[in-house]
Design a protein around this ligand. Sequence first.
Ligand SMILES: *[C@@H]1O[C@H](CO)[C@@H](O)[C@H](O)[C@H]1NC(C)=O
Ligand SMILES: *[C@@H]1O[C@H](CO)[C@@H](O)[C@H](O)[C@H]1NC(C)=O
Ligand SMILES: *[C@@H]1O[C@H](CO)[C@@H](O)[C@H](O)[C@H]1NC(C)=O
Ligand SMILES: *[C@@H]1O[C@H](CO)[C@@H](O)[C@H](O)[C@H]1NC(C)=O
Ligand SMILES: *[C@@H]1O[C@H](CO)[C@@H](O)[C@H](O)[C@H]1NC(C)=O
Ligand SMILES: *[C@@H]1O[C@H](CO)[C@@H](O)[C@H](O)[C@H]1NC(C)=O
Ligand SMILES: *[C@@H]1O[C@H](CO)[C@@H](O)[C@H](O)[C@H]1NC(C)=O
Ligand SMILES: *[C@@H]1O[C@H](CO)[C@@H](O)[C@H](O)[C@H]1NC(C)=O
Ligand SMILES: *[C@@H]1O[C@H](CO)[C@@H](O)[C@H](O)[C@H]1NC(C)=O
Length: 449
Amino acid sequence: MPMYKMYASLCVAALFGLPAVHALIRENSVGKLPALGWNSWNAYACDINETKIVAAANAIVSLGLKDAGYEYVNIDDCWAVKSGRSNTTGELLPDPVKFPSGISGVADTVHGLGLKLGIYGSAGTETCAGYPAQIGHEMLDASTFASWGIDYFKYDNCYVPANWSDPYIACVPDHWQTDGPFPNGTCPVTNTTAPAGYDWGSSPTAHRYAIMRDALLAQNRTILYSLCEWGDAAVDTWGNSTANSWRMSGDIDPSWSRIAEILNENSFQLNSVNFWGHNDADMLEVGNGDLTLQETRSHFAFWAAMKSPLIIGTDLSVLPTDHVDILKNKYLLAFSQDEVFGGPATPYKWGVNPDWTFNYTNPAEYWSGPSTKGMLVLALNTLNETAVREIKWKEVPGLEKGCDSFQVTDIWSGRDLGCVSGGIRKKVEAHDTIGFLVGKKCEAWGWRS
Ligand SMILES: *[C@@H]1O[C@H](CO)[C@@H](O)[C@H](O)[C@H]1NC(C)=O
Ligand SMILES: *[C@@H]1O[C@H](CO)[C@@H](O)[C@H](O)[C@H]1NC(C)=O
Ligand SMILES: *[C@@H]1O[C@H](CO)[C@@H](O)[C@H](O)[C@H]1NC(C)=O
Ligand SMILES: *[C@@H]1O[C@H](CO)[C@@H](O)[C@H](O)[C@H]1NC(C)=O
Ligand SMILES: *[C@@H]1O[C@H](CO)[C@@H](O)[C@H](O)[C@H]1NC(C)=O
Ligand SMILES: *[C@@H]1O[C@H](CO)[C@@H](O)[C@H](O)[C@H]1NC(C)=O
Ligand SMILES: *[C@@H]1O[C@H](CO)[C@@H](O)[C@H](O)[C@H]1NC(C)=O
Ligand SMILES: *[C@@H]1O[C@H](CO)[C@@H](O)[C@H](O)[C@H]1NC(C)=O
Ligand SMILES: *[C@@H]1O[C@H](CO)[C@@H](O)[C@H](O)[C@H]1NC(C)=O
């Protein structure tokens, strides 16, 4: 029965000749902009159940996060019966103790709140926590997810069988870390470096993720497809034809040092970001670990500016209001969700280090990106102590030349600073970020601070 369904669906896909390259352009613009939502892993890891998922969904509504645009409620690893699939149908089974209403029951509740439900799997024989996974079961599982009412699928990279492993190691920044800094993110050549011209789009890794893409597309349901392949296999060359987003690094953790590392890595990979396809800098750690408010603010600002999916990963019932306010920052969310400008903000000056320096502790500090509301300009202080950061309009790419005064809004206070000449010079606390929307040119004199 599952086999019949599988071949039938493949046939339909073949008959209509779905062009792979357009495959991820979905109904109702699903996947066009970075996904906004919540995921259970950074908050609860394996310790999940439907009470916690439904509580998160309710909090997304009551805290105003839904009104701010957050829509996905994503169940991460550990939701299934660990010992195996149904002996009769081969289907995955929701853990009946953790999810007494089943995943479909949770989906009904979440949909009833006007939100969408996500689920998790792995392109291997087991998920990272050792639960049944998708390889060899892609079509059956995609059909199960669709029948439950799933709207988002996160696909991890654990327990890859040997015959599906890549023959080479791609240029992945995480892999170079132990070897020191590489200018412009260039890779050292080793005996596992792929030969020149190697097509990573036909690598075993790309193939594993494409099989699941086709299985999801064969369903009568729009399911956003989020790859969690840790930046491996030169995903920037095939991610856009495979999925709506793809991880560009290894896992995040709730520390400033890790956030700075990922920011540095992604700053060299932003050419692959535009409508329909986004580098995923991993789920937010807002509210977790011992991040300061300044670090939290910078983390959120840059994840939004890089147009990463913004997936909250904390226990919302105890999240302080100042942190909720960061997640609801209307200027950063508007930049992330801009319908006209699909590209991310990018560095225009590194600051502490010379331009194009690949450096984990002190990534690029000065960034800008266009949006319908104006030019978003950010300045980060990567140092461990307060320091002055100076944004000079003349240096910001894309601002009108010949005129050095602009209408400016502070993205944190929301204050309209009026007509500001020359730029902004300001003391910035350790690991904090100042940010402005720079609008129309105007007439004014003097520096503003
Ligand atoms: C989920 O876990 C919480 C906290 O341990 C507990 O209070 C709740 O009853 C659990 N819900 C289910 C459905 O097991
Ligand atoms: C499937 O059958 C095996 C052997 O009888 C049993 O151990 C296992 O628990 C069954 N799995 C499920 C999900 O019922
Ligand atoms: C790996 O082995 C499995 C099981 O024999 C097979 O179904 C699959 O096609 C193989 N993968 C590749 C890339 O050959
Ligand atoms: C890095 O790349 C940029 C832009 O391609 C180039 O201008 C710069 O010289 C490069 N720097 C190094 C150290 O290779
Ligand atoms: C690659 O080099 C490492 C040592 O640098 C060695 O251990 C390994 O066997 C080599 N692999 C191949 C495929 O030659
Ligand atoms: C697809 O789903 C819609 C609504 O859920 C339903 O009306 C339609 O008949 C389904 N189409 C097929 C081919 O199953
Ligand atoms: C990704 O694909 C979409 C749809 O074809 C396209 O609009 C977008 O520009 C592509 N992204 C990049 C970075 O080329
Ligand atoms: C990163 O940049 C800082 C500031 O310039 C410098 O002190 C540090 O040595 C650099 N790190 C590496 C690994 O080069
Ligand atoms: C900045 O602080 C971190 C964490 O305390 C420390 O590891 C690092 O060495 C400090 N950097 C400098 C340049 O002092």
